[in-house]
Design a protein around this ligand. Structure first.
Ligand code: NAI
Ligand code: SOE
Length: 387
């Protein structure tokens, strides 16, 4: 069986998720399209890189990503660093002829994302941006129903991504609160997942009307490069710095196909943890998904008997997208890792079979353009076109 050597740049939260995916992919998808080899992991210093190699099962480690992207033994560069380094690493990797999977958001701005798209297009390498939530079987099932016409013409998309890990002002100023590193706040970090759902399920977004707010104007400075996502809080008389990104974003949407919609994203919604949802209304039915109950897709069809009308729950299993590779009984429990395993499978299949994969850098670029437009609209208080 063919082997593909992976170099992973970054050994934090996503380093863990992507390593699990490489290890687990052949166990779910067998025969695997190819066997991903965890060859080299890179972090900002040797100590962090060695710890990541030991923990995540990589053969070697380095603190120099530039050397690693040039390594002729490496086939795939996997970028799981904070957003400010995505462009530089991806462009160098493309020039070195490597296939690239890059975490979301693709980069901090549309302009930066366009340079990445140009680099991979020119190099002719495979590229993917890691909006993994669309690989939740229930989300792929929603896509299938929409494509089959089960809810008719789509009229409205309502999406939310609500979390609460940064609602406490003692949650430190990690890289996710710094515009120079993250690009934006809740918008780029979690709103982009919902923009990906909207484009995947409904179609291209042509116009936005946004509102952005920063509720907590300064936060305690955080030491260390890894974002602990509010689990380690500052106490006592600590030094603080200004937050220059949004805590919350809401936007109205217009789609190319005439549908309309809205998206809300915040990491300051007490009681909401990974409340990533969409409700889609069509001319002949509706679909509702909530990632906190990710085995389930709720559906209502207009031809349901009138005395039984209402949402009912489909539990995803072997008869649904990706089902054959996963678990033999519905509702055994799809997890975050499964979405990453499916993502790794689809990326590696695209390399082996020389096919396109989605979402790719074009999708990441479009999502960045839409994100830029939401901020522009929030500033100008006007609708902004994205095309
Ligand atoms: P993290 O803070 O947990 O880890 C980042 C790691 O990268 C740290 O170990 C840090 O030392 C290392 N690093 C920073 N700069 C580096 C450089 N120049 N070279 C090598 N290593 C470097 O961050 P996390 O949560 O893993 O986020 C990484 C990326 O993944 C971000 O773009 C984020 O938006 C995305 N992400 C995506 C998720 C998804 O659901 N698809 C979930 C969480 C994060
Ligand atoms: C923090 O908000 C975070 O880790 C995001 O960065 C991810 O993209 C999201 O999926 C989970 O939450």
């Amino acid at each position: 069986m063919r082997k593909l050597n992976v170099a992973m740049i970054g050994g934090g939260f996503m380093g863990k998720a992507h390593s699990l995916a490489y290890a687990g992919m052949p166990m779910f998808f067998w025969p695997a399209p190819a066997l991903p080899q965890r060859k080299t992991v890179v972090d900002i210093n040797d100590e962090l890189a060695k710890a990541a190699a030991d923990r995540y099962g990589f053969e070697s480690y380095s603190s120099d990503w530039r050397r690693v992207v040039e390594d002729p033994e490496i086939d795939i560069i996997d970028i799981v660093t904070p957003n400010n380094s995505h462009a530089e690493i991806a462009i160098a990797a493309a020039k070195a002829g490597k296939h690239i999977i890059c975490e979301k958001p693709l980069a901090r701005t549309g302009e930066e994302s366009k340079r990445m798209l140009d680099a991979v297009t020119e190099a002719g390498v495979k590229h993917m941006v890691a909006f993994n939530y669309r690989r939740t079987p229930a989300v792929a099932l929603a896509k299938k129903y929409i494509e089959e016409g089960a809810i008719g013409k789509v009229l409205n998309f309502r999406g939310t991504y609500l979390q609460d890990w940064s609602a406490d002002p003692a949650s430190p100023l990690s890289w996710r609160f710094r515009k120079d590193i993250a690009g934006s706040g809740a918008l780029g970090d979690i709103g982009t997942h919902v923009i990906d759902f909207a484009r995947y399920l409904v179609g291209e977004i042509t116009e936005v009307m946004g509102v952005a707010s920063t509720f907590i104007k300064e936060r305690p400075i955080q030491s260390g490069s890894v974002d602990k996502l509010g689990t380690v809080k500052a106490s006592g008389d600590v030094k603080k710095e200004a937050v220059d990104v949004d805590d919350e974003v809401s936007t109205l949407l217009r789609f190319e196909n005439g549908a309309v919609g809205s998206i809300e994203a915040t990491r300051n919604a007490w009681g909401r943890n990974n409340f990533l949802t969409f409700e889609i209304h069509g001319e002949t039915g509706s679909i509702y998904f909530n990632y906190e109950r990710r085995d389930e897709l709720q559906v209502c069809f207009s031809n349901d008997p009138s005395d039984r009308r209402g949402f009912r729950t489909i539990y995803t299993g072997p008869n649904h997208p990706y089902g054959e590779a996963l678990w033999p009984i519905p509702a055994l429990g799809i997890g975050y890792t499964e979405t990453k395993i499916i993502e790794a499978h689809d990326f590696i299949s695209a390399i082996v079979n020389d096919t396109d994969v989605s979402p790719n850098f074009y999708d990441g670029y479009r999502i960045a353009v839409i994100s830029d437009a939401i901020i522009e609209s929030a500033n100008s208080e006007k609708w902004v076109k994205t095309i």
